[in-house]
Design a binder for this molecule. Structure first.
Ligand SMILES: [Zn+2]
Length: 311
């Protein structure tokens, strides 16, 4: 089998104002970086358009309708200080939803060993009824709820190594006993959430903040010492990764000191864990990463490790 790589040209049609870090060039850099023979083994799959029903797994209809009706006919409009909509934004965001749900299906159906969704805008800051932090819909939370409510799994774990706390994912899964959410993130930093005292309604949240300047060894230690033991106790049937690469030392939005190789190492740790805990079922979804070269290199490193892990 193979690693599925899901993306769609619609994800290049979500436009943000000049100078905005979450820009079209991010996905273009990733696609250019993997347009080489070493990635010819990826199973490239066109991301389907997510359905309204999939969005409603995590968000109320009133929120979906508000986003839909806010999409402009032309130009770019703000939803908050850093989250924008352009005419192509709804379809771009729905491709992110569709990709994440399709990736779950491919992995559960044995059509792929594991999967990576190269979509934008990202999703982990989108709360139940609030778009924020460049995010519109909670892609990974929707994917986890799809796995449970539509595909019949009992327990799904989400791990988030983006440099920012996944406040949206935390909000969307807080009351869901079938979903365990663990996050490493720089603190203090946007969005200001992610305290270890936040444990979820079912003790299903684990936040492990990292100090500014923390390097890859701090990330690996957090996974080895607290996150993976907790996820193991949860006994997940599927592991979903909120894969943000803005912890890289070159990233302009944050102050961690990860190198590209650290993303290889954490990916290897997670894939090895999944091989033993949940038959290797891993679905990874792109979140942040704003230095184009560091982002492309880090995604490539992440993909190489996913491709090494046959189930
Ligand atoms: Zn981020």
């Amino acid at each position: 089998m193979t690693t599925a790589f899901l993306t769609h040209p619609d994800c290049l049609d979500h436009l943000t104002p000049s100078g905005h870090p979450e820009r079209v060039e991010r996905l273009e850099a990733i696609l250019a970086r993997i347009d080489t023979p070493e990635f010819s083994g990826l199973d490239r799959i066109e991301a389907p358009l997510g359905t309204v029903d999939q969005v409603l797994l995590a968000h109320p209809l009133a929120y979906y309708t508000r986003i839909e009706s806010s999409v402009p006919d032309s130009g770019i409009v703000p939803l908050d200080a850093d989250t924008y909509l352009s005419p192509g934004s709804l379809n771009a965001a729905l491709r992110g939803v569709g990709a994440a749900a399709k990736a779950v299906d491919l992995v559960l159906d044995g059509m792929a060993d594991n999967a990576f969704c190269a979509t934008r805008p990202p999703g982990h800051h989108a709360e139940t009824s609030t778009a924020m932090g460049f995010c519109l819909f909670g892609n990974v939370a929707i994917a986890a709820k799809h796995a449970i409510q539509i595909r019949g799994l009992d327990r799904v774990a989400i791990v988030d190594f983006d440099v920012h706390h996944g406040n949206g994912t935390q909000d969307l899964v807080w009351n869901d006993p079938g979903i365990f959410f663990a996050s490493t993130h720089q603190m203090p930093l946007y969005p200001g959430t992610g305290y270890p005292s936040d444990r979820g309604a079912h003790n299903n949240i684990l936040n492990v903040p990292l100090n500014s300047g923390a390097d890859g060894s701090a990330l690996i230690n957090a996974y080895r010492q607290s996150i993976l033991p907790a996820v193991r106790r949860f006994k997940p049937e599927l592991l979903i990764i909120s894969a943000g690469f803005d912890g890289h030392r070159a990233d302009p939005l944050a102050g961690l000191d990860f190198e590209t190789s650290d993303f290889s190492e954490v990916t290897r740790l997670l894939c090895d864990f999944a091989a033993e805990a949940c038959d290797g079922r891993v679905v990874s979804v792109l979140e942040g990463g704003y230095d184009l070269e560091a982002l492309a290199d880090s995604v490539a490193a992440h993909l190489k490790v996913l491709m090494e892990h046959d189930r």
